[in-house]
Write a protein that binds this ligand. Structure first.
Ligand code: ADP
Ligand code: ASP
Ligand code: MG
Length: 404
């Protein structure tokens, strides 16, 4: 008997038949004698639809009300999944995030999990129930509903696996593992048998939405080994863990593309100590994630600052910057027609020439590089959005990833 946490994503519970399919899969695991805690997402598309409706009634909806609204997507699927299980003779109880004891901070729309009180859940497990938990949501100390950021059901699953000391954590989705690139874009992408937390974390944060970034961070911190698998077949998936064999030998393990970023240019600001600090303090205070910062050489006492932010945060960024720019001068322009392309691999720590290979390949494909940033295990470039898919294929081929 094993204690298993499973997570089924939006496509896997996308309609009534798929929910029944999930119920049958859960039943098979339970019939084999396992204890199961199952996290489900909202039906595919529901969260986006709710966001669109919110924006239709108010272009700047309150974040508290947003969480009240978005949490209903998962509340539908937990109840339906429990009912489907009852239909096939499996005792099951559905839990909202709050009922599952998932306590978060109070940062609406991207709350962090602080603690999990697993006592009620443990009691129901002992009583022989399958527990179905709403992904992506929690509750703060004041009893307010919070959500954990897009893709947050992954985090719910991994945090619960740590809290109840599960033997296994399985993330079921619509692809059968983590590939060297998005298999929908790069047709000859290869499935990885294993990947390290470090590489998975970079791929996730650079746009491979197969796993939510924060969930991978959490897994690495608490040593939760998990497997990414498909809910539509029984293929072995990809194991994500701390060390993998042949790690240093393979220089590049994956290509990621993020089309949800925007490039912000703050031009003609005062070129003197403290300006950048003021700009980025204002953005940090507004909880905005800034990346790829470049400052040009100041001329005539003014300078330009360029950086990227998530597209969802551009209006918040503009608002935050407006106040500072009154003080330091300058103006803001935003370009959303960009994408960030990255290559990732732990082997880059010990190999040189990766940047040259990437830039050569992109140049041959006439892809212009607008911004470049590197770290120990990744190289990222900002390019035009309409070239992003082609650039991903070119980069994938340049590192021979189809032969990995
Ligand atoms: P879920 O709703 O199950 O959470 P997501 O849509 O969030 O599923 O994530 C799965 C999707 O991630 C796949 O359909 C795939 O297109 C995309 N994806 C992007 N990069 C990768 C990658 N490197 N490996 C596998 N899938 C990827
Ligand atoms: N339903 C949420 C989203 O679409 C959470 C999730 O699917 O993981 O982002
Ligand atoms: Mg997801």
């Amino acid at each position: 008997m094993a204690r298993i946490v499973q997570k089924y994503g939006g496509t896997s519970v996308g309609d009534v038949d798929r929910i029944k399919n999930v119920a049958n899969r859960i039943k098979a695991f339970r019939d084999a004698g396992n204890e199961l805690v199952v996290v489900v997402s909202a039906r595919a598309g529901v969260t986006n639809e709710l966001i669109a409706r919110a924006k239709a009634v108010n272009p700047n909806p309150s974040e508290r009300e947003m969480d009240q609204l978005l949490s209903i997507g998962e509340q539908e699927t937990i109840a339906l999944t429990a009912m489907a299980l009852h239909g096939v003779g499996v005792p099951a109880v559905s839990y909202t995030g709050a009922q599952a004891g998932i306590f978060t901070d109070k940062v609406h729309t991207k709350a962090k999990i602080k603690t999990i009180n697993a006592k009620p859940l443990e009691k129901d497990l002992k009583a022989g129930n399958v527990i179905i938990v709403a992904g992506f949501q929690g509750i703060d100390e004041a009893g307010q509903i919070t959500t954990l950021g897009r893709g947050g059901s992954d985090l719910t699953a991994i945090a619960l696996a740590a809290a109840i000391k599960a033997d296994k954590c399985e993330i079921y989705t619509d692809v059968d593992g983590v590939y060297t690139a998005d298999p929908r874009v790069v047709k000859d992408a290869k499935k990885l048998q294993e990947i390290s937390y470090d590489e998975m974390l970079e791929l996730a944060s650079l746009g491979s939405k197969v796993m939510q970034t924060r969930s991978v961070e959490f897994a690495a911190k608490y040593g939760v080994v998990f497997e990414v698998r498909s809910s539509f077949n029984n293929n072995p998936g990809t194991i994500v863990k701390s060390e993998v064999a042949y790690m240093e030998k393979v220089v590049v393990r994956g290509v990621a593309v993020d089309k949800d970023q925007a490039k912000v240019v703050v031009s003609s600001i005062a070129d003197k100590p403290g300006t950048a600090a003021k700009v980025f303090r204002a953005l940090a205070d507004a909880n905005i994630n800034v990346d790829m910062i470049v400052q040009n050489v100041g001329r005539g006492g003014v300078a330009n600052l360029t950086f990227t932010v998530p597209q969802t945060e551009t209006s918040k960024a503009q608002k935050a910057l407006a106040a500072v720019l009154k003080e330091v001068g300058g103006e803001v322009t935003v370009d959303e027609k960009i994408a960030k392309l990255s290559v990732v691999g732990v082997g880059m720590r010990t190999h040189s020439g990766v940047a040259a290979t990437l830039f050569d390949a992109l140049a041959k494909a006439s892809v212009n590089l607008e911004l470049i940033s590197t770290s120990e295990i990744k190289i990222s470039v900002v390019i035009a959005k309409d070239k992003a898919d082609e650039a991903a294929r070119v980069a994938h081929a340049a590192f021979g990833l189809e032969n990995l």
